[in-house]
Each structure stands twice: as C-alpha cells, then as structure tokens.
Design a protein around this ligand. Structure first.
Ligand SMILES: Nc1ncnc2c1ncn2[C@@H]1O[C@H](COP(=O)(O)OP(=O)(O)OP(=O)(O)O)[C@@H](O)[C@H]1O
Ligand SMILES: [Mg+2]
Length: 483
C-alpha cells in the first residue's frame, strides 16, 4: 500500500480522482480509466515503466474531461465504471476522437462485452487479473499496425481481397480474436462470402498456428458416424470397432477444430459439442476416461441459427454458447467497393493460371459486374471470372464476353433497376417541349437497358405495352431485344 501512496492515487474511487504528469512531446500519452485504485496503480506502473506518459481517472466524467484536454493516444477503459457504462463511453470516444486507441478492461469470462467492444472499435481487451506479457504483445502488435494499413497486410499475401470498410472491420475483429487462442468463434454469412477462408486465417494468425487445423463438414458426415469421427472410439465399442481409433478432436490436439456448417450438426450431437466447448474434455465412444481437449473450436454456418432454434433443430443452450464471439461477413452486394478489386484480382489470377494475356475489362462490363446482386457472393464472382477468362476471345473483356446465362436473369432484379433509375436524372433545358422530354426519357431508358424493352419499361415505371405505344407515337425505332 506504500506504493499506492507514492503514486499519489486517491483511493476513494467514487469521487473520481485524477492523477497524471505533463508528458514530453515524444512520449505517447495513456489514460487509464478504472474505479479500482489497485488496478489504476498497477497499470500506471506498467505503462510508466514502458516509457509512456500516464494519467489515470477513476470515473467516466473525469475521463472525458482528460480526453478533451489532454488528447491521449491510448485509453485503457474499464467496462464497469460507477458513473458510466464503459461501452457507452467507448462509443462517445470513438465518435468524438476516432483516432484514440482504446483497450477495454473486463472481468474474466466477460467475452460478450469484449467482443461487442471490439465491434465498436476497441483495439483489444484485457482480462482481470492482468497478464502483462499479453498487454506488452498487444502494444507491440499495435505499433506494427500503426505502420501498416488495415487490410493491406492481408491482401498482400494474395488471399483476402477487400477494400470496403465493412471487410476491414471484419478482418480487424478476426485478427484480434485470433490471438485469444481459447475463445470459440462463430462465423456467419451467406454462402460464398468467405467463411471457410476466414476460419483458416484465424487459425494461421493464432498462437496455435504450428498445430493442426482440422476441418469437419457437419453436413458431409452421416449422423451415425459423426460422433466417432469427432471423438473416436475404443476397441469393441461397436460391431465394426476392431481397433481403438482417435477422433478428429484428438488429432487436432493443440490446434483448431473448424466445425463447418454447425447449423446442420445432428440435434443429438449438440449437447456433446456444448460440453466439449464448456468443459474442454470428452470421452471416446465406449471409453470411460475423459480426455482433455486442448483445441480452439471455430464454427461457421450460412443458416439462421435463431430460426433453427425456433424450429427445434438447434439447441438454445448451444446457440447461446456459440453466439458470443461472432463474426458476420456481409454479403458482397452490401460491400460493392470490393467488387472492382476482386474482379481485377481474379482476372489476373486466372489469366496467369490459363497462361493467357492478362485480360483487361471495359468500364461498361465492370459497371455491369458492380451492379449485379451476386447472390452467390465471392464464389459466384470468382467462378464467373474464371469462365470469362477461359472463353473471352479478345484481350479486353466487354459485356458481351461475360457468360450471360446465369447473370442476366438475376441482373434484372429490383436492385439493378433501382440503381439504373438513379441514372435516369434528365435535365430539361428551359423551353423543352413535353414531347421532347418524353422522347429523351424513353431514349435514355432504352440506352441504359441496352435496348431491352421490358427493362426500359420498368425503369420508366410504365407497362411494356404503354412503352410500345409511345415508341410508335414518337416514331422511335427500337429493335426489340429479348431478355
Ligand atoms: N475476400 C475474398 N478474397 C478472395 N477470395 C475470396 C474472398 N472471399 C471468398 N473468396 C473465395 O470465394 C470462395 C468461397 O469462399 P468460402 O468457401 O470461404 O465461402 P463460405 O462462406 O465458406 O461459403 P459456404 O457457405 O458455401 O460454405 C473461395 O474460393 C474463396 O477462396
Ligand atoms: Mg463454407
């Protein structure tokens, strides 16, 4: 306690004490916000020794005042404060000073609010009691990050291609969760969004990366075999069990087990998965002794687990257990900025693979791809570009080279029509007659829909018959192009 006196920290936390020093310009400023004086003291000691200029605050109000006045680079923020919800304070900080790096302090097993905090922009979280080596690692990885820019680091490795803010956020959360090598992760997203890819990346970036990554497709293994595949069996435990066999969990010892399509896990197996996650132990079929499972469980599904719970196909307790460290990959149509990059990347990739001149793509064709709804997400885009590269005749890919079959029907969805509608903004010069105006509208709609009258009619919000009538009335010649 003498040390507490030396550090001149007010032990009466509810009054909201502040302690600090004026920092030389070169020193990074850290603000520690926690209502427990011992925590403030131990963190201050750590940061001081690491060469930071440290200030402490015991309440949210005091913290906001210091942030305003002193502009710290880093804030260490307790989730539970007497006068503030730490997450609400985090939100305020991120809204007002987004450049501040915030590291949350949470109680053990408070993973849910920690993940929530990371989604809200916190860099990481520290669990009480502190592991200062871990804190040192977080800080050093942060300084590496400060030099590199978000997703670039990953895309340079020729794997995850993205530029959208949404994907940067997804990858940032994945990178942080990767370091928490015991946290069970659930990855959600439509088919083809990159869930498998993300889980593999999570393993590669985790401290378990030297150990096995074992993938189990829960839909591919027949119900009656899944238990023996996962947990193994003892000799003689059933008719065909001539020898004892290790299951996949045992084979993954020290590494990561990826339970893909967890939504399809047979109902009767689900309690065993829950107990594996919670107790980190399991028994082989026919075995009496428990085996410790030193594995991280990573799961993914494109199904709606909540709906499966309501339909009594997925257990509520397992759902709650899994729905903690959740990463949701948005569909491609909600991050259209990525399309351009992905198209160019796969064009290069397949041009190399099939040893043809690297294909370029016309702006019109690119536009077409950027506006398409991509129900099959990145997988569909990748396959389409592969086909296009294989079949395109010239060096430059135009809209005509894109295998239309699958795309055109879907292209004509509501989204595309509404996207085109935005382009229907025609300026009417003063004195323009109503007839001329009507003609301009119709011609623009036909141009945008590339002569397809059905689409043009939808753009104009008139029936196809009315369009035909007007074309005739105005004397516009337009060849009927079918869908
Ligand atoms: N951001 C990306 N950058 C590059 N390739 C990607 C990206 N996202 C997905 N892919 C590629 O798209 C394909 C589908 O990805 P993946 O298998 O990971 O999807 P998924 O979400 O697991 O799909 P499903 O639900 O059908 O299992 C893979 O070939 C993958 O390499
Ligand atoms: Mg998958």
């Amino acid at each position: 306690m003498d040390k507490l006196k030396e550090a001149n920290i007010d032990k009466n936390s509810s009054t909201g004490s502040v302690s600090g020093a004026i920092a030389p310009a070169s020193q990074k400023k850290v603000l520690i916000v926690d209502d427990e004086s011992v925590i403030r003291w131990s963190l201050k000691k750590f940061f001081d020794e690491e060469g930071f200029a440290t200030t402490t605050a015991s309440s949210g109000i005091k913290a906001l005042k210091i942030i305003e006045e002193e502009d710290p680079e880093i804030v260490i923020l307790d989730v539970h404060l007497p006068d503030h919800n730490g997450l609400a304070l985090l939100k305020t900080i991120k809204e007002t000073k987004p450049d501040i790096t915030v590291i949350m302090v949470t109680g053990h097993a408070d993973v849910r609010s920690s993940v929530e905090a990371m989604k809200m922009g916190a860099l990481d979280y520290l669990e009480k009691p502190f592991d200062f080596d871990n804190l040192r690692k977080i800080l050093s990885s942060f300084s590496i990050k400060a030099e590199s820019s978000g997703g670039k680091k990953l895309s340079q490795k020729d794997d995850f291609i993205f530029s959208s803010e949404k994907m940067k956020e997804v990858l940032r959360i994945m990178e942080r969760l990767a370091t928490k090598s015991d946290v069970t992760v659930l990855v959600l997203g439509e088919s083809g969004t990159g869930k498998n890819m993300l889980c593999k990346k999570l393993h590669e970036l985790s401290p378990r990366n030297e150990m096995p990554f074992v993938e189990v497709g829960c839909v591919n293994i027949p119900d009656h075999l899944i238990e023996s595949e996962l947990f193994g069996h003892e000799k003689g435990s059933f008719t065909d069990a001539k020898n004892a066999k290790k299951g996949l969990i045992e084979m993954a010892d020290g590494g990561t087990v990826f339970l893909d399509e967890i939504g399809d896990m047979p109902y009767q197996m689900q309690p065993k998965i829950l107990s594996l996650i919670e107790e980190k132990k399991f028994r082989r079929i026919g075995g009496l002794k428990y085996i410790h499972a030193d594995v991280r469980i990573c799961t993914a599904t494109n199904r709606n687990l909540q709906e499966l719970v309501e339909a009594k196909k997925f257990r509520l307790d397992l759902f709650y257990r899994l729905n903690v460290a959740t990463i949701e990959i948005p569909p491609l149509r909600e991050r259209r900025e990525d399309i351009h990059l992905l198209v160019n990347y796969f064009l290069g990739h397949y041009s190399d693979k099939y040893q043809c001149v690297t294909k370029s793509i016309s702006p019109k064709a690119m536009n077409f791809l950027e506006e398409y709804a991509w129900p099959g997400n990145v997988r569909e885009l990748k396959n389409l570009i592969e086909k296009t590269v294989l079949f395109a005749k010239g060096e430059a890919i135009d809209i005509i080279d894109i295998p239309q079959g699958a795309v055109t029907q879907k292209y004509d969805d509501e989204f595309t029509v509404s996207a085109l509608k935005e382009k229907m903004d025609i300026e009417a010069p003063p004195g323009m007659s109503l007839k001329a105006m009507e003609e301009a509208f119709i011609k623009t709609a036909l141009k945008l829909s590339e002569g397809n009258q059905r689409k043009a009619a939808r753009l104009l919000e008139i029936s196809r018959d009315t369009l035909r009538y007007r074309l005739k009335k105005l004397g516009i010649v337009s060849k009927e192009i079918e869908d």
